[in-house]
Design a protein around this ligand. Structure first.
Ligand code: PMP
Ligand code: GLU
Length: 402
């Protein structure tokens, strides 16, 4: 009997989660592995947020299903957050609370795509976009942003791939995996282009509070009324408040699409976990002093690790100014070690140098590897040193060449 559907057989496992699981497994076998795979803050969730969750359990509020689209109190907190941070007012029927931002993206694609509708996805892209578009029957159209152009796509590149089936343009700034941020001018040009071609825009802003140096975050949805009307903003609690395990995201945009996504959620998740929703009300409305501490800590790590990584022979790195990833191009290092395949190269670094990275292949960029600096400074320094020693150890690897 054929047990598994063609649909799931045709799906790839998330490479980030697979790499993290492999690192965990080797560690449990007693191997000395420094794990730089997963993009998740390595901080404990701030205490006031945890306390709000405990209170919700103790006072019985968290015992029950909530509205499928999320608690009205949490939606109100998202409305205030938008007024403060995004600088524009939204109605409650424009908000959906979800089981992580990942489910918000999934519900969006399921709600707007018909068979063969095209979604333009700039590469390097976060691993789940492509598979989620395919799961909804849509067609991902990849536009490759080059390292030389700091991983940003231009209007000319978008113009070259648009067809009469193009429905959505996806943007993720700051980006996972590159950490790059589009400027206001770049976003204005791209946003106006989307308006001109009557496209929907999907703006994954999940790293909007992790910005470093002189850089600043611009929300494409804040640029004009015409752009805002067609933009669905995806955001959430995971990255800003060190709440990856709590699984709360939100989508904010057109009320008709939000209503469709809410219907979809009602048939799939019923509601995001009540405990986590109460915790997120506190995250959005309570004391935020820990947030700046976490951001500063990431910035210090970036400033320390970036030059050390750039110093590894064969590693070419653009300094990012957001998120918590570095995405070096390693083609020269692969050549030095006799590799032609970046996934095999990443596996060799894991097996032989004891450092777990994620292959760039899963991000649509087989010339790069991703390193997450969401771990302590000492481990980061040792990890970079290990990779450097491994590259320098000999020019011919003991591993296979493919
Ligand atoms: N978007 C991007 C760009 C991400 O990197 C992630 C995961 N870290 C998500 C969405 C999903 O986040 P979560 O489901 O934890 O809210
Ligand atoms: N988004 C994080 C990452 O890129 C977490 C893993 C995942 O959801 O794929 O590492």
């Amino acid at each position: 009997m054929k047990k598994i559907s063609d649909f799931v057989l045709g799906m790839d496992e998330s490479v980030t989660l697979a790499a993290a699981n492999r690192a965990k497994q080797l560690k449990s076998e007693g191997r000395d592995i420094i794990d730089l795979t997963l993009g998740q803050p390595d901080f404990k969730t701030p205490e006031n947020i945890g306390n709000a969750a405990i209170a919700a359990i103790q006072n019985g509020k968290a015992s029950f299903y909530t509205q499928a689209g999320g608690l009205p109190e949490l939606k109100a907190a998202v409305q205030s957050y938008f007024a403060d941070f995004y600088g524009y007012a939204i109605e409650q029927n424009q908000v959906l609370i979800t089981t992580g931002a990942k489910f918000a993206l999934y519900a969006y694609f399921q709600s707007v795509l018909d068979a063969d509708d095209e979604v333009i996805i700039p590469a390097p892209y976060w691993v789940s976009y492509v598979d989620q578009v395919k799961m909804a029957g849509g067609k991902p159209v990849i536009v490759k942003a080059t390292q030389e152009n700091h991983f940003k796509v231009t209007v000319a590149q978008l113009e070259a791939v648009i067809t009469d089936k193009t429905k959505v343009l996806l943007l993720n700034s700051p980006s996972n995996p590159t950490g790059m941020i589009y400027s206001k001018e770049e976003l204005t040009a791209i946003g106006n282009w989307a308006v001109e071609h009557d496209l929907l825009i999907l703006a994954d802003d999940i790293y909007c509070h992790l910005i470093y140096g002189d850089a600043s975050f611009t929300a494409i949805s804040s640029l004009s009324e015409d752009i805002r009307k067609r933009t669905m903003v995806i955001n959430g609690a995971s990255k800003t408040y060190a709440m990856t395990g709590w699984r709360i995201g939100f989508a904010v945009g057109d009320s008709e699409i939000i209503s469709a996504m809410t219907k979809f959620a009602s048939q799939t998740t019923s509601n995001p976990t009540a405990i986590s929703q109460y915790a997120t009300i506190e995250a959005l409305t309570g004391d935020k002093s820990q947030i700046e501490f976490m951001r500063k800590t990431f910035e210090e790590r970036l400033n320390t690790i970036y030059p050390l990584l750039a110093d590894i022979p064969g590693f070419e790195v653009v300094k990012p100014n957001g998120a918590f990833y570095l995405f070096p191009k390693v083609t020269k290092a692969m050549e030095m070690k006799g590799y032609t395949d970046v996934t095999a190269f990443t596996t060799a670094i894991l097996e032989e140098a004891g450092v777990a990275l994620v292959t760039g292949a899963g991000f649509g960029s087989p010339e790069n590897v991703r390193l997450s600096y969401s771990t302590d400074m000492d481990s980061l320094k040792v990890a970079v040193e290990r990779i450097k020693n491994w590259i320098n150890s000999s020019n011919q690897s003991s591993g296979t060449s493919n």
